[in-house]
Design a protein around this ligand. Structure first.
Ligand SMILES: Nc1ncnc2c1ncn2[C@@H]1O[C@H](COP(=O)(O)OP(=O)(O)OP(=O)(O)O)[C@@H](O)[C@H]1O
Length: 391
């Protein structure tokens, strides 16, 4: 009896063992099946991608009452199309980019929003609001800019009568933060002209293959918005002398520059579009830019001298609540080497220190503290910013 029992126990032990092994095998095979299924799906979707025809990009021009859309396809004509049931109709709006099936008969996907590169690359101010009186220490430069930009824009007939040809473009050069942008904005503001601000380094970096087109678009816009001033900041990014045109990036920059020169050459001196460029690297500019009829008037915007710094300080201090201890002469003296932007920072920093101290008025002590902080920051930054750049 006991032997039988023992035998059955042995049998059941070995059965249990077999079952466990089989269960493990089943689990392993299930895992493998799952992984093979995933792999199969992956290859299927890859096949679909490779075999699916390309879609057509289009922009929605109108949504019709019957649910169809008028779209402009990038490949050509305006089309009236249906919307596939898989597309969320509520996400469709005029101006949205969509994908059409290959026949161009239906919208099959709504694409992600994206900005026009042109819009990304520039700022258009219809009427900037900067006055000459807000700029300190640049009286002579303001006078010159008024004569060569403002006056021809306002009184072209006077120039015609006298037979004087004003420059089409001027170049402002000098260290960063000295007021070049401010001066360009002020002349647009005081000439009642639109201000179109483009940063040349953005052309070069962002619009590979599109730089020349963006330049064309900028000038087309300038003509539409005339009288207008096109302000090209950091012109050295596209206007530097190039020795080696080996890389495609270099050739692209060169094409952008050629387009800019062609646009400038296309204007007449008394047209109501003027071009102001700015750089702090005049030393590296391509001489083609500085030829007569292009940027042939160079105006230096230097760091302010002591008198200039005094003027800039007055401009900012008159807006602040300061006590009698604040000595403008002393501040002008100790800010030697500061740009206009640095002087403004000093005033702002002194204001913040006063706020942190809960003071209701800004005192000379706050300026001294601000000075110490800025000097430390400035010393290291100057080496990078100005050191070898400005000549
Ligand atoms: N001469 C100045 N008078 C008054 N404020 C100034 C002057 N220069 C600079 N600032 C102040 O500094 C800010 C920056 O100056 P701005 O952008 O005009 O300098 P920039 O010469 O164009 O510099 P960057 O070369 O870096 O573009 C101005 O918005 C203004 O607040």
């Amino acid at each position: 009896m006991s032997d039988e029992l023992d035998l059955s126990r042995d049998t059941s032990v070995s059965d249990e063992h077999t079952i466990r092994i089989l269960e493990e095998k089943i689990r392993a095979m299930q895992i493998e099946t799952e992984s093979l299924r995933k792999e199969l799906n992956y290859y299927k979707s890859e096949m679909e991608k490779l075999l699916s025809p390309p879609l057509i990009e289009a922009v929605v021009l109108d949504v019709l009452e019957d649910g169809r859309l008028i779209v402009k396809s990038t490949s050509g004509p305006n089309l009236v199309v249906n919307v596939s049931d898989n597309v969320d109709f509520s996400s469709i709006k005029v101006g949205k980019y969509v994908a059409l099936n290959q026949r161009g008969s239906a919208v099959v996907e709504v694409l992600r929003d994206r900005e026009d590169p042109l819009v990304r690359s520039m700022e258009v101010i219809e009427r900037p609001n900067v006055k000459y009186s807000e700029i300190g220490g640049l009286d002579q430069q303001i006078q010159e800019v008024r004569e060569v930009i403002e006056l021809p824009l306002k009184k072209p007939d006077l120039f015609k009568e006298l037979g004087i040809i004003p420059p089409k473009g001027i170049l402002l050069y000098g260290p960063p933060g000295t007021g070049k942008t401010m001066l360009a904005k002020a002349v647009a503001s005081e000439s009642n002209a639109s201000f179109i601000h483009v940063v040349a380094s953005e052309f070069a970096q962002k619009f590979v293959g599109e730089g020349a087109r963006v330049v064309r678009d900028v000038f087309e816009l300038a003509r539409k918005k005339a009288p207008s001033i096109v302000f090209i900041d950091e012109i050295d990014a596209i206007g530097a002398k190039r020795i080696d045109l080996g890389t495609s990036g270099e050739r692209e920059v060169q094409r952008t520059l050629m387009q800019l020169l062609a646009e400038i050459d296309g204007f007449q001196p008394l047209d109501n579009v003027k071009i102001i460029a700015a750089t702090n690297r005049i030393d590296i500019l391509d001489p083609a830019l500085l030829r007569p009829g292009r940027f042939d008037r160079l105006i230096e915007i230097p760091l302010p001298n002591i008198e200039g710094r005094k003027q800039i300080l007055k401009i900012y201090l008159q807006k602040m609540k300061i006590d009698a201890s604040v000595n403008i002469d002393e501040l002008a003296l100790i800010t030697e080497g500061f740009s206009g932007a640095d002087v403004k920072n000093l005033c702002t920093e002194a204001g913040y220190i006063a706020i942190r101290e809960d003071s209701k008025i800004i005192k000379m002590a706050h300026f001294r503290l601000a000075m110490e902080r800025l000097r430390t920051k400035k010393l290291s930054k100057d080496v990078i910013d100005r050191g070898e750049k400005y000549v």
